[in-house]
Design a protein around this ligand. Structure first.
Ligand code: DC
Length: 222
């Protein structure tokens, strides 16, 4: 029996998905599945082993044997080779590599299956780029969060600054633009508004307002 709803939240970088997904999961006592952390974890492993993002030979076995664990409670904790890499996967370099790797069919199939296993029993909020379009197209409720470009860059800049990263705003802006373009234009599971999703523009809205907006739609289905 399902333990609750399957809720998906997709959207471009900096639209507020993680913050909102975490809040919603806390309020409903659901698990929060950060699918981006999984792409980031695999990207970290590629970097660690010095693999090119073009690697194809033996990739499936490599992925299956990876000493990586994802723990999803109200935050995503990523363990690699026994070390906690939760913070290390948040750098701009890993963001770009994760986006590149996310174009790889083998990587996508491997992670999509893991995400389906994590979410199948319900009581989950999944957040990413294709959680409502590909991972759970029959989710109980799907959202697409968006915001104006300038605001998304500002939010991401502040988030990374708070973590103590040394950043250049213009460079971050260019990287986010490239990542959004690549994520939206890739061949497999591109970022798009899933069929039947509720579109929410979060520009100028604070976290509490957006959380309440989503909860009001969710309550109708509980
Ligand atoms: O959400 P994020 O910034 O942590 O995601 C990092 C990258 O991972 C993103 O640029 C594209 C990829 N990704 C994806 O392709 N599909 C998902 N469901 C989540 C992330």
């Amino acid at each position: 029996m399902k333990k609750g709803l399957i809720i998906t939240i997709d959207g471009p970088s900096g639209a507020g998905k993680s913050t909102i997904a975490k809040r919603i999961a806390e309020r409903l006592n659901y698990r929060y599945i950060d699918t981006g952390a999984m792409y980031r974890g695999v990207a970290y492993a590629f970097k660690h082993y010095g693999l090119s993002d073009k690697t194809e030979n033996g990739l499936e076995d490599f992925l299956k044997g990876l000493p990586i664990e994802f723990h999803f409670e109200n935050n995503a904790v990523v363990i690699f080779n026994g070390c906690d890499i939760t913070e290390d996967i948040r750098t701009p370099e890993i963001s770009m590599l994760a986006s590149k790797l996310s174009q790889n069919r083998t990587v996508r199939e491997f992670l999509t299956q893991k995400q389906r296993e994590e979410g199948a029993s319900g009581g989950v909020v999944l957040e990413g780029r294709d959680t409502g379009s590909v991972v759970f197209p029959n989710a109980d409720i799907k959202f697409f969060l968006d915001a104006h470009d300038e605001e998304r860059v500002k939010r991401r800049f502040l988030e990374l600054k708070t973590k103590g990263m040394d950043l250049n705003m213009e460079q971050l802006k260019a990287e986010m633009k490239k990542r959004d373009k690549d994520d939206s234009e890739r061949e497999i599971a591109p970022l798009k508004i899933p069929d039947g999703a509720i579109y929410i523009d979060t520009t100028g809205l604070d976290i509490d307002t957006v959380t309440e907006k989503l909860l009001s739609y969710i309550r109708e289905r509980l």
